[in-house]
Design a protein around this ligand. Structure first.
Ligand SMILES: [Zn+2]
Length: 395
């Protein structure tokens, strides 16, 4: 989600527009222009295209309102929101925390479709107030815009209520099962299974329609089904990962053989003695036994080579204050979240100001691969008894 245009903030939530959205906006403008051209040719070219543009812009606003509804409800229930991004297929609210109870999950999920439904019926009601009759083509530009927005928002609400992840309906279903079973993981599994059944029905229906002559429309339904099937499988697998990592702490997986270098050393010495000799990616910098920062080959690369003799490791490193550190007893799931949130691949593990080790995404991924390599049953639970090795120290 890097290629987004930042539009500003609403209630502290960053609003972004992904470039792919312009493709859909252009498609909407052209198909609407075409439509108005056929139904209201007397409007003239200028009016037709302005109406189409205004409709696309307002559609963007209604999509944003849908996402804002999710985010604002989440915010009121104490969850942190990172950003809202609008892209080709709709919008995503990046909610940082998982809902801690079924009720929160339910209201956060249903807030979006409810908003779209209200906008939809609201638009149609205003259009009727302005003289539009149902099952007729709107005659004025204003009613034309309102009727299109009305139907598209109702369609959006209904589509989003399909009970499959990651659609809102999947989350609503999960929250209801969660409320009944009182078990978050089980509810995700059941909701994901139901999502797969719904997805399969979409695929079968799409194929059926395709062969009964619906052509592209049938394929489109099958495509949506395939997309839902994939998403349901992913959320099912995610629960497995979460269960496997539950109870594992950072101290269980962190690497303890992190190399420690003295802050007074020149970059030239550091490169010659450590970087070129050990090939490690990350080094801890200490000052009188206390961790003060980290230095990586990338940090060295930012310093011009002729400065390596006069610049010390301390000057080139990233100081502790700029780093996200983690304590050894942090659950590994929280470490993963912290890495994702800050877009880093490793975190220094620190206790009482001294470095205990490093934990990286790669380590956690390897940890997840071991049980399947050994073909252990998923129910197998180890009993950790090992003691940590000492850190490898050097001057
Ligand atoms: Zn939604």
């Amino acid at each position: 989600m890097r290629s987004t245009i930042k539009l500003g903030k609403i209630s502290g939530i960053e609003i972004g527009l992904h470039y792919s959205w312009f493709i859909i906006a252009a498609l909407i403008v052209f198909s609407l222009g075409e439509h108005f051209h056929q139904v209201n040719p007397e409007w003239g070219t200028g009016k037709i295209w302005i109406t189409a543009l205004v409709t696309a812009a307002l559609f963007f606003v209604t999509l944003l309102l849908h996402e804002l509804a999710h985010s604002l409800v989440a915010q009121r229930r104490g969850l942190r929101i990172r950003a809202i991004t609008l892209f080709a297929l709709g919008g995503v609210s990046q909610i940082e925390d998982d809902a801690t109870d079924a009720k929160t999950e339910f209201w956060v999920a249903i807030a979006g479709p409810i908003t779209s439904l209200m906008i939809g019926f609201g638009c149609l009601a205003i259009a009727m107030g302005l003289g539009w009759h149902r099952s007729t083509e709107p005659q004025t530009a204003v009613t034309g815009v309102l009727v299109w927005l009305g139907y598209i928002n109702i369609a959006l609400a209904l589509f989003n209520m399909i009970p499959g992840f990651p659609l809102d309906g999947g989350r609503v279903l999960r929250s209801i099962i969660w409320g009944i079973t009182k078990n978050a993981d089980r509810s995700t599994r059941i909701a994901a299974r139901i999502g797969q059944v719904v997805a399969l029905l979409f695929i079968l229906d799409g194929i059926w329609q395709f062969f009964s002559g619906a052509g592209f429309g049938g394929l489109w339904i099958a495509f949506i089904g395939w997309f839902l099937m994939d998403a349901a499988k992913a959320s099912y697998a995610e629960v497995g990962v979460r269960e496997e990592l539950r109870g594992i702490r950072v101290s269980d997986v962190m690497s303890r053989d992190c190399i420690i270098v003295n802050c007074g050393m020149s970059l030239q010495d550091f490169v010659d003695t450590y970087l070129l000799m050990t090939g490690q990616r990350c080094y801890a910098v200490e000052d009188h036994g206390r961790l003060i920062g980290l230095i990586t080959p990338r940090d060295v690369g930012t310093v011009p080579r002729n400065g390596w003799g006069s610049i010390t490791v301390r000057e080139a490193m990233r100081p502790l204050a700029d780093l996200h550190i983690i304590s050894p007893d942090t659950p590994i799931l929280d470490a993963l979240k912290l890495m994702a949130r800050n877009d880093v691949n490793q975190l220094p593990v620190v206790a009482d100001g001294t470095l205990q080790g490093m934990v990286s995404r790669a380590q956690i991924v390897r940890l997840l691969q071991v049980p399947s390599m050994l073909q252990l049953p998923t129910t197998y639970r180890p009993t950790p008894q090992r003691k940590g090795r000492e850190l490898r120290k050097s001057a």
